[in-house]
Design a binder for this molecule. Sequence first.
Ligand code: PGA
Length: 264
Amino acid sequence: MRRLLIAGNWKMNGLSAQLAVATAVAQGVETYVAEGEETGQALPPEVLICPPATLLAALSATLRNTSLRTGGQDCHAASSGAHTGDLSAVMLADAGASYVIVGHSERRADHSETSAIVRAKAEAAAAAGLVPILCVGETEAERDSGAAVRIVCDQLIASLPPPETITGNALVIAYEPVWAIGSGRTPTLSQVQDMHAALRARLGETVGQEASRVRLLYGGSMKPQNAHDLLALHDVDGGLIGGASLNADEFLAIIAAARASLTL
Ligand code: PGA
């Protein structure tokens, strides 16, 4: 059983007032959990918010007595040192994070991050006790070329931390087609399932049975309207949500869709 993970990626959005959104999400989730207890529902989805680094410590404190977790959006591969402006995984953990996104396509594009750099970041995250959410995805031209599955699987293998560090609980992978991020467009359901199944199979060649326990998130224009169908796919174990995670009602609607997909 893979527990669904609904992860919000606030990107470079949110001043202190945005903490109220997280409080509202936490209250909504507590209500769902109480309802789930009454109906004896299976393990509810895990909910995570990755705020900008400036809000991480405050958000972690705000959510301390709730079931919500917090995460960073990036980390440096080193644990400390002369790297002005960067943050280490150890620092994120110290600020209350449980997860960290690595290799997001906006980092790969805006900061020229290669898969080798992403792999080093994922390794540093794991060493600091964080669960890396390793992002992969194809561009529109790569999708149009017909080779998206091969390209994304190759990107995954090149970005993976050492196989011996990979267990089902210690790694999350997010498939995010670059052309779907923030665009309102998404792949078809069968394209998403095919990609996720291929990623799991390719992961299995490297880590064996553990691949069946690693959670594979879908990201890219996940909204309340499409979340249920995406999350009901066999190899989709959650979502990485940008725009819709900034609004409590929208994010809660996606969490509700995740809960509904469990009862299928
Ligand atoms: P989006 O972003 O939901 O706004 O498309 C997803 C992401 O980039 O993680």
